[in-house]
Write a protein that binds this ligand. Sequence first.
Ligand code: FE2
Length: 477
Amino acid sequence: MESNEKKKILIVEDNVEIHNLYREILKRHQYEVEIQEDVSGAIEALKNKSFDLVILDLQLPGKSGMSFFEEIRNTGMAFPPVIVCTGLASIENAVDAMKHGASDFITKPFTIETLLTAVERNIRINEISKKISEIDMIRSILELNKIIISITDIDELCNSVIDLVYNLVKPDAALLYLKDEDTGRFFLRRTKGKSGNINFPIVLSLPDVAEGNVMNYDVFQRTDDNFLEIKLFGKKDVIGILMFHSKEKLFENRDMNILSVFGTQIGIALENARLVQQLQDSYISSIRSLVNSLEAKDAYTKNHSEQVAYYAVAIGKALGLNGNALESLRNAAYLHDIGKLGIKDEIISKRESLSDEEFEIIKKHPLITKEILKPLKIKREEIEACIYHHEKFNGTGYPEGLSGEQIPLMARILAVADALSAMISERPYRKKMEMKHALEELKKNSGKQFDGRVVSALIGIIEGSKEKGEFRDKEIS
Ligand SMILES: [Fe+2]
């Protein structure tokens, strides 16, 4: 930010006559001047006060002016532009100084004009670069916000947050804790990086966090300078904590400023993701109660959806579906026959074979499912999987007679899982089938009624599990 405050210049020079010259010229031009006679004094002064410019003589008593650069870097502090001033007017010295980090040089004896031009130029450059880094900071925060706000899955969000803050602050280790609603304590959810042998706590309580040196409302730095902790505020309350540790690095004001702004955004994003999760959970539990009410009508179909979901998800995994798609597949498996709620009980629970007319009525259930689900906020692919789970790969199924890959993959998976579940379950009109006979039946219809790829995936799962001795035939109890 631009201000009318006097710019502060640190002069590092041992010659008293030149001290006076600097003072006279620079004070007349509204600069504030502090003089140090050697490198150690200069480093101390920079630790205690912020300067806009350093003018450094290269020939100093004790350590040479050139050692200033190494020493200041060792402190880890950011430092203002340095103009090197030397009587040894050789290009080598100037080049060397620039390589070490000087931003400009002037040679002794200098004119007032040379000095003032160099001072003004370097102070201006410093101001511009500060502004650029402020703009960069705002830009980074906006970019980061865009990323985190678009993520509603809590696990994915935690991964992104820890990656982003780690790259931003560059500590040795970054840790993310999230509040457990029941206990009010904060549990470690993600870490990135390592800090030697330090054992970080798995659980934190809020008073632990609030201790220390309060920097502002939501950013705290512990009294131990190697730790930095940031509270992540949701709309009302602290919902998470970010902790950083660094052996060498001191956390700078820049880190604090970015994190105090960004931390609030992270908190809100985490809270939103939690709400989405809760909504999803309640949505899933209402689906289950709908399905239960359907299956309760008939002892023979009890747990059928549960079993279809089990096999469908296993097949989906084998075919490489990811987390969200598997979730949709599971939901669709629970919902696939919900349309049977709209069909008379006497047809649904009929123990004898169905007449042609009755079968025509049963065939309406996928479209009734569509009507039931339409007003609800259910994903399109979940509804489509339900509508098309009775389509056949060769095009002879219902309701639309789709064939091959026209049938959505999830519907093709449900068709196989549904058929398997029906075959291996007891029915009023027949005994349950052995798993191996059911698989033979599926294989026989592979490429006709069923997608061959889906059938092969299922057989691979069952046979693989058998070999490993972990085969679980989800029997209906
Ligand atoms: Fe069905």
